[in-house]
Design a protein around this ligand. Structure first.
Ligand SMILES: Cc1cc2nc3c(=O)[nH]c(=O)nc-3n(C[C@H](O)[C@H](O)[C@H](O)COP(=O)(O)O)c2cc1C
Length: 355
């Protein structure tokens, strides 16, 4: 984005970014290609370590990402690795093995994103242990995604460098107790003891005006999920990308239904936001989970679960991630300028004499 103004915050300075837009960690959706494309566009991309991959494949992908990002040999790869903490817990965890390789192999990756676990502190200590074993004196930046003020306070306490405030508008999973992203930003800024970790906002961004609103509220960066799930580099199946494209505003639903049907061991208190589909009607009619699973197998796509946030109406085409980030950045700049233009000096023409 050479001709567009940069947006600078303490978070962008930390990572030398040209834009405060961050590609969220999205399990089975944000792989190395998407994360790399976001980082190359001036933002910062997260690659969600994927259980469907293998350690040899992960190693090859990490080397390729290092090359594409032109990372000098002694510097960490300029992207982050994301993991759902509940996937790290089992004794045999391919996700943990891959993440461990990414963190242990000098000089590592720039950041790690942890979310949705019963004991995130344990995994923070694990990351710090691997940092120590790497022996280069560098600390991996720890991003912790939370949904409530209490969780944000805990994230600060256990040593998060960056707290991702994910509100109820967000696509994918979020905590049932989560408030709106705006309310969460206001609460965090009012109550986190200073100095506090960098604050990012995540949830429902479908336009630059919304990203600008979060920045104006005090977030130092904005996480983009759904808009990037609909890009060329996303690992979503083509049919899911098309579903995002054709979804209107107001077409998502936050419920535990998706996880009951998929039968995955998410922690208690977690819900998911996805495009409303025929499963909602099945449940209304009283169908059992077993029956709904059968219907998923038999149906031609009308029961496919497509995780998406409230900003899904902002998906206008399936484009390369670079185009999406650049467009969103330039819309954000425009919206910030518009906000600034509302200000007038006292005494300038057009102002009411009462002011
Ligand atoms: C398809 C999809 C998968 C996601 N997977 C994860 C995940 O694995 N870990 C996580 O912490 N958040 C996950 N999220 C949430 C994102 O990291 C981010 O907080 C959210 O997408 C932001 O809201 P938005 O989708 O409205 O932009 C996912 C979101 C989507 C849409």
């Amino acid at each position: 984005m050479p001709t567009v103004q940069r947006i600078t915050t303490p978070f962008t300075r930390l990572l030398s970014l040209r834009t405060p837009l961050v590609g969220g960690a999205m399990n089975t959706v944000s792989g190395p290609a998407l994360a790399t494309a976001v980082s190359l566009s001036g933002g910062f991309g997260f690659w969600a370590v994927d259980v469907r991959s293998s350690l040899p494949e992960f190693k090859t992908d990490l080397l390729r990402a290092r090359e594409q990002l032109s990372t000098p040999p002694n510097e960490p790869v300029h992207l982050g690795l994301g993991a759902l903490a509940w996937m790290l817990e089992p004794e045999h965890s391919p996700v943990r093995d891959m993440l461990e390789h990414g963190l242990r192999e000098a000089p590592g990756v720039r950041a790690v994103w942890l979310s949705f676990g019963e004991d995130l502190g344990k995994w923070v200590r694990w990351v710090r242990g691997l940092d120590g074993e790497r022996g280069d004196g560098r600390k991996t930046l720890l991003f912790i995604q939370v949904g409530t003020l209490e969780q944000a306070l805990e994230a600060q306490q256990i040593g998060a460098d960056v707290v991702v405030l994910q509100g109820s508008e967000a696509g994918g999973h979020s905590w049932e107790a989560a408030t709106s992203t705006s309310a969460l930003i206001a609460q965090a800024l009012a109550h986190l003891p200073t100095p506090h970790p960098h604050i990012l906002a995540a949830g429902g961004v479908g336009s630059g005006a919304q990203a600008a609103a979060y920045l104006t509220l005090g977030a130092e960066g904005v996480v983009v999920g759904t808009l990037l799930a609909a890009t060329k580099e996303s690992l979503f199946p083509q049919a899911s990308k098309e579903a995002l494209l054709h979804a209107g505003p107001g077409s998502t639903r936050r419920t535990t239904l998706w996880d009951r049907v998929q039968g995955r061991p998410w922690p208690k208190g977690v819900t998911g936001r996805a495009l409303e589909n025929a499963l909602v009607e099945d449940e209304r009619e009283g169908a059992s989970v077993k029956e709904m699973r059968e219907r998923v197998k038999r149906s031609g796509g009308e029961r496919t679960i497509v995780f998406a946030g409230e900003g899904v109406g902002g998906v206008k085409a399936v484009l390369p991630a670079k185009v999406v980030i650049e467009r969103l950045h330039s819309e954000t700049v425009d919206a910030l300028k518009t906000a600034h233009s509302l200000l007038q000096e006292p005494g300038s023409p057009g102002l009411s004499s009462r002011l």
